[in-house]
Design a protein around this ligand. Sequence first.
Ligand code: ADP
Length: 442
Amino acid sequence: MKNKISAAILITAAAVLVAALLPLLAVLYFDVSGTMKGLLLALAVALPCLAACIMAGVYSEKIVKPIREIDPESLDPKSCYEEISSIVHRLRRQNSLIDRQMADLRRRQEEFNAIVSNMAEGLVLLDNKLEILSFNPAAARMLGAEKVREGEHFISLNRSRIFVSTVNEATEGRHGEGHITLGSRVYQILANPVSVEGGINGVIVFIIDVTEKQKREEMRKEFTSNVSHELKTPLTSISGISEMLQSGMISEEDIPRFAGTIHDEAGRLLTLINDIIKLSKLDEAAITPERKRVELADLAVSVTRRLAIVAEERSVNLKVVGGPAFVSGNPSVIEEMIYNLADNAIKYNKEGGSVTITVTPLPHGVQLTVADTGIGIAAEHLDRIFERFYRVDKSHSREIGGTGLGLSIVKHSAEYLGATLSVESRVDSGTAITVVFPPADI
Ligand code: ADP
């Protein structure tokens, strides 16, 4: 019989029946004495009990043993009797469902870990006791908390007053925000409560590196104030002279001289405004993305033609050597760079000096050097000459029509073109500014 439990019950029942019937039949069919009858009747009660006990012992072991031997890891319905095999089947189905769900959970966890560990922003999750549930590598790096472990109180990540109060703000159900400075970096801390069923169950903290953003904002503010100052000087002069002209304070013979000053100041304003427009276009990457194959030596020759008169006025010898060498990029941006470098090399030169533009093809790009035999730049200024409005000698620069923006346009153009810049200079001997362009790709 396939059904093991039913068979066990039937066999047990039959055994009990036989054990009860045998003494009773003996009483009925044999002529036994009163004492013997009593004994047989007692046997009719005792024997079924004994048979039941023995059968229970035998079958319970047979029934229970396969159940005990079920291996949850490898459920095999064939190794069990029918009643158990249906349970084993169900367990197997449930096991495979759990396996699928576990695999799904693991995949999601891996996805979450991959996103969180590759995030540039720091992410910290805190529980309702403000203990760390998890934090990503960026948070550890930013806060210098590589040794902190999950389960520690959040304060071990950073003890600064602003960090603590920003997190505390979130524990009260509000959005917390603050900035902390660690070393040379500035971090923005954003803390938000995690609310579940109306209660606050934890806090999520975001850490964002805003150093560059803050620097840019400061530079923008500085630039605006510098621009206003630079515009104010020529405008004040123009306004003063025109007022004097209007009120007849200037004699007839002085008028051409004052008109000349107005003309010079207006010219300076125009140059300044043109430079500001070029810079802001480079800042916003608003230059037409026109990319062409450009031969640098040809471009340098065309720059020297444009500057020939200025160079002649200052008795400076201007020449191009080397080439041909090709680069890719916006021709007008490249020409503007070479123009500004050569213009400076003439402006800050000495009577009878020289400017040499050398174009050299390199294995991994093209090098262009503008070298002069001019006044040179003292070492302490070398780091700053590419800053906006930075001039070594402000009045000298103004006198010769400088805006203080020429080299910052060169620096921005180099960044725009993916080129690198370097400068070498010796006071009274001359300056050499080198640009290394990436190789032409068109
Ligand atoms: P500017 O309009 O004043 O020339 P730049 O940004 O072009 O402004 O240059 C910044 C400063 O760097 C100049 O004021 C000058 O002091 C210095 N400088 C630039 N090029 C040279 C050079 N070739 N020789 C000496 N000094 C230079």
